[in-house]
Design a protein around this ligand. Structure first.
Ligand code: NDP
Length: 246
């Protein structure tokens, strides 16, 4: 896809990978639609993008609410005319050991990490179908393949995203011209661990801080690569890890 003038919705654009992706795509002339709940952070990003000559639209919303997604789609179309791609990036990782039974946190992960992705796909598909093509990028994780302590539920949500992406690709790419990519990052330095409440996990996390992790921009580059291939090339998976991660 030649990104110039293309309209891309990015969920979870208020920090980390989503924010870096919005910057990268806007620098390459895409019109970006920024979705997340923190309006102040989205507005700051919009200003940054616009001061570099880019185009951005802020639409606050919660990915777990279908109506919020419908609003994002309708505002994106009113403002920019259409939608060409969706980056389903919003996610949470409140890791905990199962025996702690933090079931509210399990629910949140299922709601945001899985249902949020499904809601995004459902909201954009009619427009992408109308356009006879487009691209959906889902942010999974290396956690889809590999359990790590406290990650039983998180890993399960990311495995679901990975397999959903494969089903989506098989159903959409050949018949509807909509390419689908699953990105599977290892450890990236972002705010993702801020939601962890389990003290045992927090302690383990601080042990891991010696490692040089990926930067959010590294994942933005992978997303840019997947999006900008010629239409005949579907990048199914990008599995990307810090050199020091095992
Ligand atoms: P951040 O915490 O920096 O970003 C998460 C984003 O998700 C925020 O912008 C947050 O915005 C948004 N978000 C959370 N809940 C909702 C919601 N209900 N509705 C809308 N937006 C929501 O973490 P990352 O950038 O690291 O995470 C981005 C994605 O990358 C996630 O899916 C994560 O699982 C995945 N990932 C991250 C890795 C890492 O090591 N960092 C590794 C592998 C995958 P707000 O709070 O404003 O709504």
């Amino acid at each position: 896809m030649n990104l110039e003038g293309k309209v891309v919705i990015i969920t979870g654009a208020s920090s980390g990978i989503g924010e870096a992706t919005a910057m990268k795509l806007a620098q390459n002339k895409a019109k970006v639609v920024l979705m997340a709940r923190r309006e102040d952070r989205l507005n700051e990003l919009k200003e940054k993008i616009e001061s570099n000559g880019g185009h951005a639209l802020v639409v606050t919303g919660d990915v777990t609410k279908k109506t919020d997604f419908e609003n994002v789609v309708s505002q994106a179309k009113d403002h920019f005319g259409t939608i060409n791609a969706l980056v389903n990036n919003a996610g949470l990782m409140p890791l905990s050991f199962i025996m702690k039974l933090k079931t509210d946190e399990w629910d949140k992960m299922v709601d945001v990490n899985i249902k949020g992705v499904l809601n995004g796909v459902a909201a954009v598909l009619p427009t992408l179908t109308e356009n006879k093509g487009g691209h959906i990028i889902n942010i999974s994780s290396t956690a889809a393949y590999k359990y790590f302590p406290g990650g039983a539920v998180y890993c399960a949500t990311k495995a679901a995203v990975k397999m959903f992406s494969e089903g989506l690709r098989q159903e959409l790419a050949p018949q509807y011209g909509i390419n689908v990519t699953s990105i599977e990052p290892g450890a990236v330095s972002t705010e993702l661990t801020d939601t962890i409440t389990d003290e045992d996990i927090k302690e383990k996390m601080s042990d891991m801080q010696e490692m040089t992790t990926l930067e959010a921009e590294d994942i933005a580059n992978a997303i840019y690569y997947a999006l900008t291939q010629p239409h005949r090339v579907n990048i199914n998976d990008v599995y990307i890890m810090p050199s020091e991660q095992q």
